[in-house]
Design a protein around this ligand. Structure first.
Ligand code: CP
Length: 337
């Protein structure tokens, strides 16, 4: 894959060497993300950060990643503050905004909308999620986290066994992660969800065709005893016709420390794309897991900045100039303590 000028709208665009290249550049971004060094390599560049659905992590980590490379960020958050509410098409919006920006990140509630927008954009577009379809940069940061967590245990991604839990029908992060795992060998995936919220059949078929061993269950504790990773997801209430219908599934697959201790191996990694639903009737990852050293959810969010920095550097073709535009930080750095 030629990253220079590329849109990143689906995990289907990636081959394994592309993924390894992103991870290798992400590793090199560590001193900048940890505020040990500052680089100005993207000084003068502008990111148009357009989020038409709620977001904390993806929106802010795209923006932070761009700032950490020296670039500036212009944000549009929500339909109500954009001319889309006046009936402007996504394609017209893309033609306009790509005249103002060097790269655009976008989240939109409609499946396929980011690719539609990208087709009219004059600058690269990176997806921050399109409805219930895909969330490609989340899958990359998830796999980058899996790679690091397994490396700490003397393992590689090949041979991974992972349980994906919760709303697998509407959860776009598991759609992209399932597709991404097709690039690796000897992968086993256990899909744990209510039947109505099962992973879309086309993704299951594609995973099986690639050689992934896929098993399907609606029972949590019987299926997490021998997995390397438990990847929990939130019920995607915003995709249901009503809150009442989402409520039918809320809290079905709670993981807490007692269940973890009884049913998981002692070093099983706990992941979640976040946000986790911490309301008492949901609570899919209980806060009593917060002191469990295998809880990787905040390492995932930190890794997201590294992966998004890597993607910006690759798409804007500055990877080899990042260090040449760098200097040591001058302020007190709490992260080094
Ligand atoms: N994981 C994720 O997409 O989180 P946000 O909705 O906060 O961006």
């Amino acid at each position: 894959m030629d990253f220079t000028g590329a849109h990143i709208v689906s995990i289907d665009q990636f081959e394994r060497p592309d993924v390894e290249a992103v991870f290798s550049v992400a590793d090199r971004m560590q001193p900048y993300a940890l505020r040990q060094r500052v680089t100005r390599v993207l000084e003068g560049a502008i990111l148009g950060n357009m989020f038409f659905e709620p977001s904390t992590r993806t929106r802010v980590s795209f923006g932070s990643a761009f700032n950490l490379l020296g670039g500036e960020v212009r944000e549009t958050a929500g339909f109500e503050s954009s001319a889309l509410v006046k009936g402007e098409s996504l394609q017209d919006t893309a033609r306009v905004l790509s005249g103002f920006s060097d790269v655009i990140c976008m989240r939109h509630p409609v499946e396929g909308s980011v690719a539609d927008f990208a087709s009219a954009s004059r600058v690269p577009v990176l997806s921050g999620g399109d409805g219930a379809n895909e969330h490609p940069t989340q899958a990359l940061l998830d796999l980058y986290t899996i790679r690091k967590e397994l490396a700490d245990r003397g393992r590689s991604i090949d041979g991974l066994k992972i349980a994906m839990i919760g709303d697998l029908r509407f959860g776009r992060t598991v759609h992209s992660l399932g597709k991404l795992l097709r690039l690796y060998r000897d992968i086993e995936v256990v899909l744990i969800s209510p039947e109505e919220l099962s992973l879309p059949e086309d993704i299951v078929e594609a995973m099986r065709l690639s050689g992934i061993g896929v098993s399907i269950s609606d029972h949590l504790t019987e299926n997490i005893a021998d997995v390397d990773i438990v990847y929990s997801t939130r019920i995607q209430e915003e995709r249901f016709p009503s809150k009442q219908q989402a409520d039918l599934y809320r809290g079905k697959f709670r993981l807490n420390q007692a269940i973890y201790t009884e049913y998981c191996q002692p070093n099983t990694v706990i992941m979640h794309p976040l946000p986790r639903d911490s309301r008492s009737d949901a609570n899919e990852l209980d806060s009593d897991l917060d002191n469990n050293p295998n809880l990787a959810i905040f390492r995932q969010t930190d890794n997201g900045v590294l992966v998004r920095m890597a993607l910006f550097a690759m798409v804007l073709d500055v990877v080899d100039r990042v260090d040449a535009h760098a200097y040591d930080v001058r302020w007190y750095n709490a992260r080094q303590t």
